[in-house]
Design a protein around this ligand. Structure first.
Ligand SMILES: NC(=O)c1ccc[n+]([C@@H]2O[C@H](COP(=O)([O-])OP(=O)(O)OC[C@H]3O[C@@H](n4cnc5c(N)ncnc54)[C@H](O)[C@@H]3O)[C@@H](O)[C@H]2O)c1
Length: 252
């Protein structure tokens, strides 16, 4: 018996890092998983791995900044597997710790589109399916300690992740409190993934603020996957609207 038997889950950003680990663990726990990512090559490799381990997975090449892609991703879940029980909004990008004065309009629009507007639209599309289901559904948003504190990302990253936590709480206060759709957020600290390689030219002031926050322990993607499985499963049925840090004590 798996902890997610008979559940259908969408995991965005499933081609790498935490999304890949979450998708693999969900499949191992019995869920049928829609693997969504902008990168088709990595998606196919993850799908192969999951299937080789006996799991069920279908890929959805999805740019989370594109509403048509989001709607197609949700439709793929219901068309392929008949329901949508779990949405993990995990895809996200960083911003080189860029401070407000140095944020270009392009950077602002890109980070907000991927880290906040995309997850909002995915949650909306998922909720429109979940609220018609007898058992509702669960939304897990992968935020960041940057969504709780000022200096764990740049300005737009902090805005986007604080916004994602706001979305989580509003869903919980409405669809959770008065319906059957729970939503919780994870706030990871440093985790060993490919996102680290996108930190290329750190903003001097943003970097100084990060340094003042002290050195971060680095977790494994599986550390976050374990928490994401718990939050998606019925074991966490009384937990709603929470933000759970997983940062090895970095911010304590
Ligand atoms: N790694 C960390 O230290 C850390 C810490 C806190 C929070 N996070 C958050 O965790 C989440 C996962 O990041 P990760 O560290 O596993 O990074 P990662 O770079 O390893 O994986 C991110 C995945 O998202 C995909 N992606 C990027 N843009 C996309 C788009 N427009 N549409 C669809 N998919 C897209 C990428 O192709 C990639 O497969 C992100 O939201 C990130 O902000 C990461």
């Amino acid at each position: 018996m798996g902890r997610l038997d008979n559940k259908v889950a969408i995991v965005t950003g499933a081609g790498s890092g935490m999304g890949k680990a979450i998708a693999a663990e969900y499949a191992q726990e019995g869920a049928k998983v829609i693997l969504a990512d902008i990168n088709q090559e990595t998606l196919e490799a993850v799908a192969e791995e999951i299937k080789a381990a006996g799991g069920k997975a279908t890929i959805s090449v999805t740019n989370i900044a594109n509403e048509d892609d989001i709607n197609a991703m949700v439709a793929l879940a219901t068309d392929t597997y008949g329901s949508l029980d779990i949405l993990v909004n995990n895809a996200g990008i960083m911003d080189n710790f860029t401070t407000v004065g140095n944020v270009s309009n392009e950077l602002y629009d890109k980070v907000i589109a991927i880290n906040l507007t995309g997850p909002f639209k995915a949650a909306r599309a998922a909720i429109n399916v979940m609220e018609k289901q007898e058992n509702g559904g669960v939304i897990v948003n992968n935020a960041s300690v940057g969504g709780l504190f000022g200096a764990r990302g740049g300005a737009v990253y902090a805005i986007s992740k604080h916004g994602l936590i706001g979305l989580t709480k509003n869903i919980a206060a409405t669809y959770g409190r008065f319906g059957k759709i729970r939503a919780n957020a994870i706030a990871p600290g440093g985790v060993k993934t490919n996102i680290q390689s996108t930190i290329t030219a750190v903003d001097p002031l943003g970097g100084q603020a990060l340094q003042a926050a002290g050195e971060s322990p680095l977790g494994e993607p599986s550390d976050i996957a374990h928490l994401a499985t718990f939050l998606a499963s019925d074991e966490s049925s009384f937990i709603d609207g929470d933000v759970i840090k997983a940062d090895g004590g970095w911010t304590v």
